[in-house]
Design a protein around this ligand. Structure first.
Ligand SMILES: *Cc1c(COP(=O)(O)O)cnc(C)c1O
Length: 395
């Protein structure tokens, strides 16, 4: 199956077929080449790969020159509408390589809104040791973006929707401001997945995924991706190679398998999350529901303008203190208490106990993360069962 004319095909078709040429042995999918190295019939053939004359030549897996990894990368580039994708051992590896490749000592990053805890730590604690500083803007401070972008700002980074408030940011508007001022726009698209949103189409320069979440979809692999133009990916690839951050071939094989069902999974999760959000919105013990698919939600209009679906993540605020909220969480039977997201099994977490545990109470207040907040990752169980579980736990 050629990946060339992929744009003309529907998203589900591309999930199944994009990036997967027919295996020479007739295998119906790309096979698992677990090898660390590849052999050559002659020195000339080896030099053709080393010197770049053989397109798609295989050489050494840490370099990414491995057919299983490259097939996965072609599939993911296609689904995000990008020219090139590099696969990493984790989402954090992908982010770290991106920041290191595009920022030098003295350069600056603007990070908008709530971001994944590991991203925050990387920007706040690791990168300053290399002379790379970050300005953090709350979503409510978006009007300050133009002045926050300095002469040496290289990257404007954000997630949309965000964790745990599901804030939705206008990607087109931010990318336009960043471009005018000479900065790249980098979007972490983990929460939405490429089923619901393609940031490159909205003007972003690079898209990052924790493939550990929706793309993997079964809570059984760890991986990351960066997607964009070959020019922007070249320096990222050099860091990946020399920091040894490549995705393992077994993981690439498993991830390609997961992505063949991505659109079916995420569309079902979108539908169930909408039903759960509507149920919670009507519940007397629930003070607030954060879900982009609710017409009354502040980010709904922007979400409609840039997303094809509203995702499987939502949060709500229970009318009770930290302990009473923990008791609700503990009464759930179908939802498992866990910090991750995007799998076939529904997960629940109280942000103050996991993702935002290390944050001071004042900072949590500033960011609108109350003790009674509960975050749900909606899986593939019957929505009636999930609603029944929540109804019982809420009492
Ligand atoms: C999980 C996550 C990451 C980090 O990904 P890992 O695969 O755990 O390294 C980054 N961004 C978001 C939004 C995430 O949910």
């Amino acid at each position: 199956m050629s990946e060339g004319s992929a744009k003309a095909r529907g998203f589900s078709t591309r999930c199944v077929h994009a990036g997967e040429p027919l295996d020479p042995q007739g295998g119906i999918h790309i096979p698992l080449y677990n090898h660390s190295t590849f052999g050559f019939p002659s020195t000339r053939a080896l030099l053709d790969v080393v010197e770049g004359r053989t397109p798609h030549g295989n050489l050494y897996t840490r370099y990414g020159l491995n057919p299983t990894i490259r097939a996965l990368e072609r599939k993911c580039a296609d689904l995000e509408g990008g020219a090139l994708c590099y696969a990493f051992a984790s989402g954090m590896a992908a982010e770290a390589a991106t920041f290191l490749a595009h920022c030098n000592a003295g350069d600056h990053i603007v990070c908008i809104g709530d971001v994944y805890g590991g991203t925050f730590e990387l920007l706040q604690d690791n990168l300053p040791t290399l002379g790379i500083e970050t300005t953090f803007l709350l979503g409510s401070e978006m009007d300050r973006l133009p002045e926050a972008i300095r002469e040496r700002t290289r990257i404007v980074f954000f997630e949309t929707p965000t964790n745990p408030n599901l804030e939705v940011f206008d990607t087109r508007g931010i990318a336009e401001t960043a471009r005018k001022r000479g900065a790249l726009t980098v979007v972490d698209n983990t929460f939405a997945s490429p089923v619901n949103q393609n940031p490159l189409e909205l003007g972003a320069d690079l898209v990052i995924h924790s493939a550990t979440k929706y793309l993997g979809g079964h809570s059984d692999l760890t991986g990351g991706l960066v997607i964009g133009s070959p020019e922007l990916l070249a320096p990222i690839g050099l860091w990946r190679k020399n920091l040894g951050q490549i995705m393992a071939p077994e993981v690439a094989f498993l991830l390609a398998r997961s992505i063949r069902t991505l659109s079916v999974r995420v569309r079902a999760q979108n539908r169930s999350a909408q039903q759960v959000a509507e149920f919670l919105e009507r519940h007397p013990r629930v003070l607030k529901v954060n879900y982009p698919g609710l017409p009354g939600f502040p980010g709904h209009a922007i979400a409609r303008s840039q997303m094809r679906g509203f995702g499987g993540m939502l949060s709500f605020v229970y009318d009770g203190d930290a302990e009473a909220t923990a008791a609700v969480v503990d009464r759930l039977r179908i939802f498992s208490i866990a910090a991750s997201l995007g799998g076939v099994e529904s997960l629940v977490t109280q942000p103050i106990t996991t993702t935002h545990h290390g944050m001071s109470p004042e900072e949590r207040r500033r960011r609108g993360i109350p003790d009674g907040m509960v975050r749900l990752s909606i899986g593939l169980e019957d929505p009636e069962d999930l609603i029944g579980d929540l109804a019982r736990a809420l009492g």
